[in-house]
Structures are given as structure tokens and as C-alpha cells.
Design a protein around this ligand. Structure first.
Ligand code: ZN
Ligand code: FE
Length: 206
């Protein structure tokens, strides 16, 4: 009988210390350890952003339109954390045991409430945070494209929304600060933080 070409490989039958999914990535040139560290940093940025956006949103009081859009970005960053975290464990990594370590190693700066907390200054903080996220997920896409379809798919889903978030805050800051109309192409989310690309409930709770 003909040998089945995928019946065996680097990982021996019964070996639980290795993962074929990981060895396949290594064979394609991915530095898996480096990728895990980058994903933990990126997850840390999503998690801390979710926290800081909670505060920023509160201080947009009176600007109810800005508040709603900030809320979508806030909840979608939580979705990004939820989407990418299981992948860290699949790859053999783990979130830091201490949340302080996690916050410290976040890949983006703390999105502190500005002083004074005007709509303009808050929108500037939000925009900078989105831009850091766009750079981060583009890097993950670059490292995984054509080599790790699963991480790439997740990173590109997240990136889709980060690009939208950047466009939203450009639109809002442009009008608030400069009085310039700079449309983002924004459509209202169906429900707050709908996460049209990145929600993981579709994967885990079909
Ligand atoms: Zn995000
Ligand atoms: Fe975002």
C-alpha cells in the first residue's frame, strides 16, 4: 500500500511536547518564540487600551457622538484581546502571571487621560493609540504572511478594525481641532463594539 505522505513528520506519534502546527510554522521560517513574545506585547496593548479607553470615554461627557464611537473602539479592542489570547496558548506561550508585568510590556504607550481632558486632547490620545495598533498588527501580518495562516487571519481581522478606528478618530479630530471635514467612511456599528471582523464568538460559540 502506498505510504501516506502526511502520516508522520518531525513530531513523533504520541509526543505531547511538540505541536505539528508549530513545527510547520518553523519549517516555513517563522521564529515562533519571537512571534509569541510579540503577540503577548500586542495582547497587552489591547488589554490596557480597553482599560484606558474606559476612562477616556467617560471624559467625553457631553460629546455623545464621540462617546459612542469611542465605545465601539473600546469594546473592539477587548474583542482583539479575546481573539488573540487563545492563539498565544496554542503556540505554547502564556500570559504573564502578574498583570503588572503584562501592562508594563504592552506594545503601545499608556493612553492616559490628558490634562486638561478636552474633547480635542482626548481624541488626540485615541488617534495615537489606534496608530500604534495599526503598526503592531501590520508587523504581525508581515511575520506570518504565507507561513502561519491562522495567526495571519487573526491579525488581519484585527488590523481591519484598527484601520477603521484610525479613520474614525481622524474624522473626529479633524473637525474638532481644525474645523476640517475629513470623512472616514464610517457607518454605525449594529450594536456597540460589534467587531464585524474580529469577534471570536463565531469560532467558539457557533
Ligand atoms: Zn485593537
Ligand atoms: Fe483600536
Amino acid at each position: 500500500m502506498a505510504e501516506k505522505k502526511h502520516a508522520s513528520g518531525i513530531v513523533a506519534s504520541g509526543d505531547l511536547t511538540k505541536r505539528v502546527g508549530v513545527e510547520q510554522m518553523r519549517a516555513r521560517g517563522v521564529d515562533v518564540e519571537q512571534l509569541i513574545e510579540l503577540l503577548i506585547d500586542a495582547a497587552g496593548a489591547e488589554f490596557t487600551t480597553y482599560y484606558y479607553y474606559t476612562i477616556l470615554r467617560m471624559y467625553l461627557a457631553g460629546n455623545e457622538d464621540y462617546k459612542e464611537i469611542c465605545e465601539d473602539a473600546r469594546l473592539e479592542d477587548r474583542s482583539h484581546f479575546e481573539l488573540i489570547t487563545p492563539r498565544i496558548y496554542e503556540l505554547g506561550g502564556s500570559l504573564p502571571r502578574d498583570i503588572r508585568d503584562f501592562a508594563d510590556r504592552a506594545g503601545c504607550p499608556d493612553a492616559y487621560l490628558p490634562d486638561p481632558p478636552t474633547a480635542e486632547s482626548i481624541l488626540s490620545v485615541l488617534l495615537d493609540a489606534e496608530r500604534c495598533a495599526v503598526r503592531t498588527w501590520n508587523e504581525v501580518c508581515d511575520l506570518t504572511f504565507g507561513k502561519d495562516p491562522r495567526t495571519y487571519d487573526m491579525a488581519s481581522r484585527i488590523l481591519q478594525e484598527e484601520i477603521e478606528h484610525e479613520a474614525w478618530f481622524i474624522e473626529l479630530l479633524s473637525m474638532e481641532r481644525d474645523g476640517d471635514v475629513r470623512p472616514s467612511g464610517h457607518f454605525r456599528r449594529g450594536t456597540p463594539g460589534a467587531s464585524p471582523y474580529s469577534k471570536n464568538t463565531g469560532f467558539y460559540n457557533p
